[in-house]
Design a protein around this ligand. Structure first.
Ligand SMILES: Nc1nc2c(ncn2[C@@H]2O[C@H](COP(=O)(O)OP(=O)(O)OP(=O)(O)O)[C@@H](O)[C@H]2O)c(=O)[nH]1
Length: 531
């Protein structure tokens, strides 16, 4: 038997199992090292794009503020107002509603020296509208913003300048020099407008971009490298991004939250494909093993079982006659079928040879009569068949055969033996008795289902038949022809119902025939009654 790893099925299971593990591991590695990182890179790119989109939207709002400031600063009325010539300008143009409508918090008119000449706006803390000639008194809340802008006034180009402010509040600022409508100078001052980056503006940005927006001012340096900063959770990507601010020491940070739907859908699709691939692989490998088992291994083990049984059969029977290959193998149309048929042809040939050998081993080559081996086997078989049946046997010996050999030579002796055998066969023809040559010039006859009386009559017939052959035996001291002495007995007369006892009794009878002058039949009866 094949065992352990040498078994084909175990080897195939091991190989295919390894293949499965390698394939599934490869898929997982691809997922982990190729697919997921690619999706994450795509996510980072998306986060960058979205942040940029929000920033662009903010910039557009700042550009709108800039356009508004430019309109006001390049207006002849403003030009006159900053020079103190337009006395109704303030009353005509400023009101709390105007600031609310324009979404602006503060407007500051600087004179030609850069000093705040007029301040108007809504205090973000108190929501109180104030209008002053300086950033003092009720307009003191505007002072930090005014202070942070003053140093850059001289650098503002005619087209104006807009920027982000991070202190004291996150806001958009736009500043333009005050010129005539035809853009002719000289500059008579600057107009600054501030719009807070408050809930209203972030709501607007959210509407414009479709993403949640949060813009915070914080002391510079808290976000070290001003790079995009990402934080992943299961369903969202929190991204933050530094926004340029013109307030020294402060930064503006833009935060948003991007849903990870695409990433999740991508991973789920890939994992779904992965699970199906793994399941398919397992199914294919299972099918391969099943096919392998049914198509190859099962007939193979059937063959192995058959051949190992042959070995047992061969060793327990004479001459190695083999049984037929199972018909389930013989009828196959594949290679196993071919092999089985070749095998069967070899078995047939061997069985024929075995039969011939067996026959030869049971036959006397000179007379072609069955030999002692055959006689003994048949006797044992007959005895084993039933206790009831009477079985008789005779032992036949050619009288003075040594003298025949001496007289006519050994070859003539052989011819004589053949003729005697033929004569005996002829005389017992049709009886079904077994006539065997059981010694040199000794024969035995087995007579199943025959009583001693009947057997004795056949013995006499046989003796007479050989005598009547008239085979000249000049050296015989008691006849001119070849004669026989015969001892007969039966199982009823033998000591026990056994081959040894039966033949011993027959031998005794033969001895008696010889002792009483030869050329006669004697039978053995119990108890020692020799007649
Ligand atoms: N030609 C020939 N002779 C054989 C063969 N087998 C045995 N013999 C001879 O048969 C003779 C048997 O001799 P014995 O046992 O003395 O018996 P016998 O001469 O027949 O004397 P009795 O049996 O007492 O009458 C021997 O000479 C053997 O050599 C054989 O196959 N061929």
């Amino acid at each position: 038997m094949t065992s352990g790893f040498h078994s084909l099925i175990r080897r195939f299971v091991a190989y295919l199992g390894t293949l499965l593990v390698v394939a599934v591991s490869a898929l997982f590695l691809i997922d982990h090292f190729v697919f997921a990182p690619a999706l994450m890179r795509e996510e980072v790119a998306l986060a960058n794009k979205e942040l940029l989109r929000i920033e662009n939207s903010l910039n557009q709002n700042r550009a709108a503020l800039m356009a508004h400031v430019r309109d006001w600063a390049h207006w002849d009325d403003t030009y006159e107002f900053i020079q103190g010539q337009h006395t109704t300008y303030a009353d005509a143009n400023f009101s709390k509603e105007m600031f609310e409508d324009l979404h602006t918090q503060l407007m500051v008119f600087f004179d030609a020296e850069g000093a705040p000449a007029f301040v108007a706006g809504i205090d973000p803390e108190t929501n109180a509208y104030s209008l002053c000639t300086r950033a003092m008194g009720p307009c003191e809340w505007a002072e930090p913003m005014v202070k942070s802008v003053r140093p850059i006034l001289a650098d503002v180009p005619d087209s104006g300048l807009s920027f982000n402010l991070a202190h004291p509040r996150a806001s958009l600022a736009a500043i333009a020099p005050i010129l005539r409508t035809d853009r002719q100078g000289p500059r008579k001052g600057w107009l600054l407008t501030i719009r807070l980056i408050d809930a209203r503006l972030t709501n607007l940005l959210e509407e414009q971009t479709g993403l949640p927006v949060q813009i915070l001012a914080q002391p510079a340096g808290s976000q070290s490298d001003h790079q995009i900063n990402l934080q992943r959770s299961d369903d969202a990507l929190r991204s933050s991004h530094y926004l340029r601010s013109d307030t020294p020491g402060y930064d503006l940070i833009l935060n948003t939250r991007i849903p990870r739907d695409r990433f999740k859908a991508g991973t789920e699709t890939f994992r779904y494909a992965l699970s199906w691939t793994a399941a398919l692989l397992i199914a294919v490998i299972g099918l391969v093993l099943l096919l392998l088992f049914t198509v190859v291994l099962r007939p193979l083990s059937q063959f192995i079982r058959f051949t190992s049984n042959q070995h047992t059969f061969e060793s327990t029977t004479n001459f190695g006659e083999l049984s037929r290959v199972p018909s389930s193998l013989l009828i196959r149309k594949d290679e196993f079928g071919k092999l089985a048929r070749h095998f069967q042809r070899m078995i047939n040939r061997q069985n024929n040879q075995a039969k011939t050998l067996k026959a030869l081993s049971m036959q006397d080559p000179l007379t072609t009569l069955p030999n002692r081996r055959k006689y003994d086997a048949t006797l044992e078989q007959q005895l084993a068949e039933g206790d009831e049946k009477e079985l008789s046997a005779m032992m036949v010996d050619i009288d003075h055969f040594k003298k025949y050999n001496d007289q006519y030579g050994h070859q003539a002796g052989d011819v004589c033996l053949v003729k005697v055998a033929e004569g005996m066969q002829k005389s017992l023809e049709g009886t079904g008795f077994l006539i065997a040559r059981t010694g040199g010039e000794e024969f035995s006859v087995l007579m199943p289902n025959t009583s001693l009386d009947v057997a004795t009559r056949y013995a006499e017939k046989l003796r007479k038949a050989v005598e009547e052959l008239a085979l000249i035996h000049e050296a015989s001291p008691m006849a001119s022809v070849v004669t026989l002495s015969v001892g007969v007995t039966s199982t009823r007369e033998a000591e026990t119902r056994s081959a040894t006892a039966l033949m011993r009794s027959a031998d005794k009878a033969l001895y008696a025939a010889k002792a009483n002058g030869r050329n006669r039949v004697f039978c053995y009866r119990k108890p020692e009654a020799v007649v």
